[in-house]
Design a protein around this ligand. Structure first.
Ligand SMILES: [Zn+2]
Length: 632
């Protein structure tokens, strides 16, 4: 007699045999008992959880000649025929290979005729989601109003691919994965029945490996038996299923938590050389990381995690080496690895590279901790400096002062501003933090600290509080020594003014604006330079060009060109002279535009702050800033 695989031999024959699906079995039994059996069912669930078995039992129960209560007798003619797949009235259709419209048309034709011997004609359509859309549509009408002697049972592992129109015409039952303890109990019974001498641990390995599918578990059991006989050892079971030894896995995890890359690689090599499946190893690592995460989140309660008793202690030890944040990052990296392994033929390389990353995972600093650290830092700095100085400004514009390379006080800033071909405008920059070329929090903190101390050491000579004085308050006649000038230059130009409210500066005369625009259209470089010059009395015969920050770029050639353009503009000969005497009177176009932009920005900001949602955010997240406002 030929060998019948366990999955077939131990196939459920009665409703009570449906392990893990007690609720569904109960509902179906009740329906039969009260004679309210629907005409179409959809059984969904992952593979091997009992969908087809349930469909067969239901079919037999509906057609059994001598039912035992509502269970099929499994002995009468009809039951035997259905069990052996020989009944003329029961059609098991595999939709994966009979998905075309012609198959469904045939079915529709066939439905009309009364059953030959059974009470009901039953159509079991397996993997129903594989049907084409056309086939589904052809099936709709029949499914809605089939003849009284017809029942449909659709089974699918992927109910999302079944059209809603079909779903709504069926009674749907979702089959659950079989829980580990129930599966283990069944495997134990099967082992006794088949006279197998497998250890409890081996059976548990098989059950765990099957992840809730009984057919997979029985197939694995068959595999173990045919390879290693009836007394397979635990290590043989591992070998056959490709499962890494738990101790090896724990060792690998421990090395990763301790950031010992060398040892981690060695542990991985060992696992690999044992021939264990990398995909399996990945699943187990994911499982372990999840379990540890649960362990930490639930303060040591492992009842949710289906952990074998002898592994609990190891989990406890591992949990003491890691944190929730680290585990979350590791989980993320392992999930990425899963994606990579699906696409790559270099599974091992991907794995090793991920181990490298896993061994260098650093716990992230939460926003809360970060804020706390900043507060501590501030207090520390305040404590060290004797005289009370300005505190770290909250607005982003002022915080730009601490930016080492892009600070507007840096002389090169003006040179580069004068260099650009088009008129410079104030661009709302991204948050300062993203511009800093400094990586770690500690480094940033130390830069900020130095900056604060430097400012405080300077006292009232320069710094933030100076900027509150507008430059227009200074008398034009007031003479300045070069040193004084430089100091004012760095502290009082419009370019460095923060977002605080300022009086409106004097607008450059309209004819000056027109002239600069005229020049800009004809010679953009000169136009750009003129934007940094103070307005000139265009009625005068000699135009004295005075720059706030005399640019090196403005040469004789420019001067000649400008004279030519001025003559064109004014309609008379104009003498242009460059006056490099320091001056602070008046407003350049660049400064005026900058003021306008800041004004606009401030208006937008106060508008944004009025917004209810923004208000909420500012209240909840203390220390939040409003910037980069975009209007939609
Ligand atoms: Zn029967």
């Amino acid at each position: 007699m030929s060998y019948v695989v366990l999955a077939r031999k131990l196939r459920p024959q009665r409703f009570s045999d449906l392990i893990g699906q007690e609720v569904i079995a109960q509902i179906l039994q009740n329906a039969i008992r009260s004679n309210r059996v629907a005409h179409a069912f959809l059984f969904s669930g992952s593979r091997g959880v009992g969908k087809t078995s349930a469909a067969r039992i239901l079919t037999k129960a509906l057609n059994c000649l001598e039912p035992d209560n509502v269970d099929p007798c499994n002995a009468c003619e009809n039951c035997l025929e259905i069990s052996s797949n020989a009944s003329a009235d029961v059609y098991e259709i595999d939709a994966a290979s009979n998905r075309g419209i012609e198959n469904i048309r045939e079915l529709r034709e066939n439905v009309k005729y009364a059953p030959a011997r059974c009470r009901y004609k039953v159509y079991i359509i397996d993997e129903a989601h594989m049907l084409t859309l056309e086939s589904f549509n052809a099936l709709l009408k029949t499914l809605e109003e089939p003849p009284n002697h017809v029942k449909f049972i659709l089974a699918t592992t992927d109910p999302h691919k079944v059209p809603v129109t079909i779903l709504s015409r069926c009674q749907r039952y979702d089959f659950q994965r079989i829980p580990l303890p129930q599966m283990l109990e069944f495997l134990n019974q099967a082992a006794v029945q088949e006279n197998l001498q497998l250890s409890q641990k081996s059976l548990e390995l098989i059950a765990r490996h099957a992840t809730g599918g009984m057919r997979d578990a029985l197939t694995s059991l068959d595999q173990v038996l045919s390879f290693a006989g009836e007394q397979a050892s635990e290590s043989e079971v591992r070998q056959i299923l490709g499962i890494a030894d738990a101790s090896m896995r724990f060792q690998l995890l421990e090395c990763l938590f301790r950031k010992q890359l060398g040892s981690a690689m060695q542990a991985f090599q060992e696992i690999y050389q044992h021939g264990f499946d990398l995909q399996e190893l990945l699943q187990e690592l994911l499982q372990s990381v999840k379990t540890l995460s649960l362990y930490l989140a639930l303060s040591g309660d492992l009842s949710f995690a289906e952990v074998a008793e002898d592994e609990q202690e190891q989990y406890c030890q591992l949990a003491s080496l890691t944190t929730q944040g680290e585990l979350q990052q590791m989980f993320h990296l392992l999930m990425q690895l899963e994606e990579q392994m699906k696409r790559s033929v270099h599974a091992r390389i991907c794995f090793e590279m991920t181990l490298l990353q896993l061994a260098s995972v650093q716990p992230l600093v939460g926003v809360k901790d970060m804020l706390q650290q900043i507060r501590t830092l501030r207090q520390e700095v305040d404590g060290r400096v004797d005289s009370p100085g300005p505190v770290l400004a909250k607005t982003r514009d002022q915080s730009n002062q601490f930016q080492p390379t892009k600070s507007p006080t840096n002389p090169s800033f003006y040179a580069s501003a004068a260099n650009v071909a088009s008129p410079p405008h104030v661009v709302e920059e991204p948050p300062v933090s993203s511009e800093l070329p400094i990586e770690s929090f500690e480094e940033r903190a130390s830069v900020a600290k130095t900056a604060i101390q430097r400012l405080k050491a300077k006292g009232s000579g320069t710094g933030l509080e100076q900027k509150k004085t507008p430059n227009f308050g200074i008398e034009p006649q007031q003479s300045l020594k070069p040193t004084e000038f430089r100091e004012r230059k760095s502290s009082e130009s419009w370019l460095e003014v923060g977002s605080e409210q300022r009086d409106e500066p004097e607008e450059p005369p309209l004819n000056w604006q027109e002239f600069v625009q005229f020049v800009h259209n004809r010679a953009s470089v000169i136009g750009t330079l003129l934007r940094t010059a103070l307005p000139v009395d265009l009625q005068a015969d000699v135009w004295r060009l005075r720059f706030r920050h005399p640019p090196d770029l403005f040469n004789k050639e420019h001067q000649a060109k400008l004279e030519q353009l001025a003559q064109e503009f004014a309609g008379r000969s104009v003498d242009i002279q460059r006056d490099d005497q320091p001056t602070i009177e008046g407003t350049t176009l660049q400064e005026y535009d900058q003021w306008k932009n800041q004004e606009l920005k401030r208006q937008r900001e106060s508008q944004a702050r009025e917004d209810a949602q923004v208000k909420d955010i500012l209240q909840i997240f203390a220390g939040s800033e409003v910037y980069d406002i975009e209007l939609h």
